[in-house]
Design a protein around this ligand. Structure first.
Ligand code: NAP
Length: 254
């Protein structure tokens, strides 16, 4: 059996694992950073937590005799993607990168693209407004620098360190989020502006479509630079790329 390690934390990683789980010729493990308290159920065995940088991951690839490494991590998880590229080269293991395409603006979108959360705080401006922060719970701290705004914060797990601002509301939720529900949420909280990542995919696009329908501005954090490696954009193509990468090993009778 060929051994596949999927670096996950995304819907696509789970879908890919589901596709590969039925294959009798493959032993698949999914690796999660362990950020969420109640991770989604996965169709293959899961390992949790970091490897200790690129060398740690390279050592793991060798020790677990991994035949193909799949980087199906979140587009903003740049460190693990860089580590995956370095580790695959160090351990001489083929790498398949599954990269979710970014959203692109369409007519009616009012996007303000910024480099990072500090840029997002500046983009909100000085006048008090009602802000929907659709960011990870580890990313909201910089908004304490703009306490004049009212914040609606949505995260997968409850926020452990609330923002030091006078007016913030915290809700939890895990996608997918439908556009109609997002519109209702934005209307209920009378949101003026959204801060979000350009995650791509359909699961979290509802708020972008809802903002367009309501004429709201969206402050979008630009995607971080990722290593220049050959990449595919769909689960289907990832399966094909894995099979292609495995062909020499299969020929050797692995
Ligand atoms: P990161 O900055 O790329 O990774 C930081 C470290 O976490 C890595 O160096 C690695 O530790 C460990 N790690 C990350 N993904 C891993 C995986 N799949 N398996 C094992 N270890 C993993 O990523 P991040 O800190 O998790 O998040 C950065 C951004 O991505 C945030 O904006 C976050 O909201 C977004 N995001 C991440 C995930 C996710 O699953 N990681 C999911 C959704 C969104 P070692 O160096 O020790 O190996």
């Amino acid at each position: 059996m060929a051994r596949i390690l999927i670096l996950g934390g995304t819907t696509e990683a789970r879908q890919l694992a589901g596709r590969l789980a039925t294959r009798p010729d493959l032993a698949v493990t999914l690796s999660l950073a362990g950020r969420t308290m109640t991770p989604a159920l996965q169709p293959v065995p899961v390992r949790l937590g970091g490897f200790g940088g690129s060398q740690g991951l390279a050592d793991h690839l060798a020790a677990a005799r991994i035949d193909v490494l799949v980087d199906a991590t979140h587009p903003y998880a740049a460190t693990i993607s860089a580590n995956a590229a370095r580790a695959a080269a160090l351990a001489k293991v083929p790498l398949v990168a599954l990269r979710r395409p970014a959203w692109t603006a369409v007519a009616g979108d009012r996007w303000i693209e910024v480099a990072d959360t500090t840029g997002a705080v500046a983009a909100l401006g000085a006048a008090p407004c009602r802000v929907f922060l659709a960011l990870g719970r580890q990313e909201i701290a910089p908004f304490a620098a703009a306490p004049q705004h009212r914040y609606l914060v949505r995260s997968v797990d409850p926020i452990d360190s609330p923002l030091d601002v006078p007016d913030a509301v915290y809700i939890t939720g895990r996608g997918p989020f439908a556009e109609t529900d997002e519109r209702a949420l934005l209307a209920q909280h009378r949101i003026d502006i959204i801060v979000a990542k350009n995650s791509g995919g359909s699961a979290t696009y509802g708020k972008i479509a809802a903002a367009r329908a309501l004429g709201l501005a969206v402050v979008l954090l630009r995607r971080p630079a990722l290593p220049q490696v050959a990449a595919v954009e769909t689960v289907e193509d990832a399966v094909a790329a894995i099979d292609h990468a495995l062909a020499p090993a299969m020929a050797r009778g692995v």
